[in-house]
Design a protein around this ligand. Structure first.
Ligand SMILES: [Zn+2]
Length: 461
């Protein structure tokens, strides 16, 4: 006989469910039973519930689905604040030699730093696109998965790869790339070892060659075949800059979207970071194929890449989520601030005052992200039967107390403190602090590993 589920009751808070109707309750409740949401509704929780182990008074708070990050490079946590005034290609060329010196200990510490910063800010599902695998440096993928598992944060690890070095017309130096066969074999091994296809999976793997200018056409083709044979998702960078567009036209005789389509890289099992330089036919192709987009407004601004046409994508029916991108191009590494940045930047980009609303921004950061990661059945909204990934934001302090509309306050106001976040019904943050990891120890470890990397890479004496 299985034990009855332990229940957590959260009530007396505003609730933004982000369900299909955007249902909100000014004072509502959520009941969590085990790892699932059992009920969501207005007013207090139903009376007479058995097995209630915790009852949270949410007065002065807003309850939302946990935030879902759809694009990141965890290892960059230890190369922040470098090449701060460069465009994408110059920034990559400046950083590749340092990145090529990472090892397992550095990767693990950087993953902890990235995960801790996001989790503290309400992220319950993280994503890491890791594509730097120097030879003989240990089990980098395993170290990332260990860090997320220990912190209790849900993870999609996109096993990245690069096989087009400088001598093949690519951007990365030859010493930073793998061979085609090594990249495919290691990706398949990572899927076999770590991918969990179950509803409640804490770890999923995607196939993720890095970008058109760092991987061969064959790696894209065979990577897509591998992903579809294994039933996992596909991820890469696309249409990030004008330079990438020129690169594709010169080398392949077509723009990035047509190139991706020619290699099997448009489809409802694909999501792509950035998609900044998209003409109407490109957006139509993404909509037709249900290819997803990870919108990364801060990184695009930091690298002067441009402004993605998110309102046009949404109008066309393209699935869109939010990403922080690697923290070498977005030093804050926080997703909740991206809600605000997405709204502001898209209004600037479109010159339209309602181009993106606060509720649309919250949807991008929750349900939209779940959709592009292929997890919309399980996470991304507060609905009975879904996994209990949720965040209780404190809205009664100086920063937000005078704003009546709590969703507007969360998106437009200062970054709100997290009173409680649950992943699979288990607390990850309490009163603004991680409870599954020691933030101060992680801060020290990441500082030490950043210094060690700088020394090895010759950045410091
Ligand atoms: Zn990226």
């Amino acid at each position: 006989m299985t034990a009855p589920a332990e229940r957590i009751v959260i009530e007396k808070c505003a609730v933004a469910t982000v369900d299909a109707d955007d249902t909100e309750y000014p004072a509502g409740h959520v009941v969590v039973a085990g790892d699932r949401i059992e009920s969501v509704g207005p007013g207090p929780a139903p009376a007479g519930l058995d097995g209630v182990v915790r009852r949270v008074d949410g007065t002065g708070h807003l309850l939302t689905p946990g935030l879902v990050n759809t694009h990141h490079h965890f290892y960059q946590w230890i190369t922040r604040g470098l090449a701060t005034d460069h465009n994408l290609f110059d920034w990559l060329v400046a950083l590749y030699p340092t990145w090529a010196r990472i090892d397992e200990a550095m990767t693990h510490a950087a993953a902890q730093g990235s995960l801790a910063m996001m989790a503290r800010g309400g992220v319950t599902t993280a994503m890491d696109h890791h594509y730097v695998f120097p030879r003989g440096t240990g089990d980098l993928s395993g170290s990332i998965i260990r860090a997320a598992a220990a912190m209790g944060v849900r993870l999609t690890l996109a096993r990245g790869s690069m096989d087009r070095g400088e001598s093949d017309g690519g951007l990365p130096p030859d010493f930073a790339v793998e061979t085609l066969d090594d990249a495919l074999a290691a990706t398949e091994e990572t899927i076999d070892k770590h991918h969990d296809a179950s509803f409640g999976a804490m770890t999923q793997i995607a196939v993720a060659p890095c970008s058109p200018f760092s991987v061969s056409t064959e790696l894209l083709r065979q990577g897509a075949e591998l992903a579809r044979r294994k039933g996992v998702r596909l991820h890469t960078h696309g249409s990030e800059t004008v330079e990438e567009e020129q690169f594709c036209r010169e080398l392949f005789g077509m723009g990035p979207t047509d190139y991706f389509e020619s290699t099997g890289w448009l489809g409802e099992d694909v999501w792509m970071a950035h998609c900044v330089h998209m003409a109407d036919p490109d957006i139509a192709a993404f909509a037709r194929t249900r290819t997803g987009v990870a919108h990364c407004p801060s990184s695009n601004a930091r690298l002067a890449a441009g402004i993605a046409r998110v309102p046009d994508m949404l109008a066309a029916g393209v699935p869109v989520g939010l990403g922080v991108d690697g923290t070498a191009s977005n030093e804050s590494g926080e997703l909740h601030t991206e809600l605000r940045n997405a709204l502001l930047i898209n209004r600037l980009g479109s010159h339209r005052e309602a181009a993106l609303t606060a509720r649309q921004a919250l949807r991008l950061g929750t349900y939209g992200g779940a959709r592009v990661l292929g997890r919309a059945e399980a996470i991304g909204s507060l609905e009975a039967g879904k996994l209990a990934d949720l965040v209780l934001w404190r809205m009664d302090t100086l920063a937000h107390a005078s704003i009546a509309d709590t969703v507007a306050a969360l998106v437009l106001g200062a970054a709100a403190p997290v009173t409680l976040s649950l992943v699979n019904g288990r607390p990850v943050v309490e009163d603004g602090r991680l409870v599954t990891a020691d933030e101060d120890a992680i801060a020290r470890a990441t500082r030490d590993e950043a210094r060690r990397l700088a020394r090895i890479a010759g950045l410091t004496g």
